[in-house]
Design a protein around this ligand. Sequence first.
Ligand SMILES: [Zn+2]
Length: 400
Amino acid sequence: MADPESKQDSTQEPFPWQLGVFDAHCHPTDTFASLDHIPHMKAGALTIMASRGQDQDLVRQFAVKYRIEDENLASLCKQEDVNLPKCIVPAFGWHPWFSHQIFDDTNSVVSDIRKPDAMQHYMSVLTPTPDDHDFISSLPEPKPLSELLAHLRENLEEFPYALVGEIGIDRSFRLPMHWAYDKQANRDASLTPGGREGRQLSTYRVQVGHQRKVLQTQLNLAAKLKRPVSVHGVAAHGIVQETLEETWKGYERRIPSKRQSRQSSKAAGVPENGMASQPDNGKLKHQTTGTKPYPPRICLHSYSGPVDTLKRYLVPSIPATIYFSFSCLVNLSSRTDKAVAVIKAVPDDRILVESDLHSAGDKMDQLLEEVIRSVCKIKGWTLTAGVNQLAANWKRFVFG
Ligand SMILES: [Zn+2]
């Protein structure tokens, strides 16, 4: 895909929006009024993440408004040059920043489900254990995980192209402090409630074990419904990787050794220099063709891990297809050597771009253009080749 001969200063070229530009991860529903800008944007499609109680229905409403009607779209998308209509692809899920608002009732028998006392619940999932009663009483009534999963399933079943996201683990996030009485009255009403909105941060974090449980159950649901997922991982690359690996444990692809390949080729009468064996022609166990316990496609959004971790996601025995998405806001704001090394190391067909922005409109288009120009430069792609490659990658990630 690299085209070193045509390397040029891509910032001088007009940007080829007409080829189709797709945002793999964004949050315009955080700024409700900005959604009216979507039809006027240059980007072709936005993958809009839900994150908390307040935005699941907003994402749903906009998914209805920009619903992809063409039933053949998924197959059309497999042809690289098909232009998509302006649309949004919804993603439904519960972000780790809000995972403390959920209590785990998934192991309770139906007759035994009791809502825990809010105080007790928050004391058990937050760390350090909070002793500030005002802070705890400002937090919402916790919701049962089973209810969240049922709601998630309903939304996913309504939209056959919907993803699961944003889900994940964040070890560095701290909960915002409760609103001061005078400030809350003056908050910006155009913003969807529940976000930080400039509030000071408390010392409280959500226990990693709890975040992991909320992530695992959403991954399980994505696997059951065969949906791609968009995963957030901050200061948690190891634990995110372990949690994902658990989903395909026992389902790894068996990669035949060179000797085994030669033997099976001989047995099948294929000449030694013929086609290599397909890596997925054997599994360690569970040979059934039914539902797999892992999501088919996984996007590690605003991937900030090191090259070594990235390589561990690319071993051929992993049966899920892992994509890596990059944004100006997280990865390229200062164009660190680390981000450049990681982008260089991502295979051409596994890279996605995103704005990760909280409002739709010109700024979102601008961030997409910037990240694409940067990725093209780092990869040594022309803009045309890069935009086409990124469009094909997004279509494959979303539609399979
Ligand atoms: Zn996000």
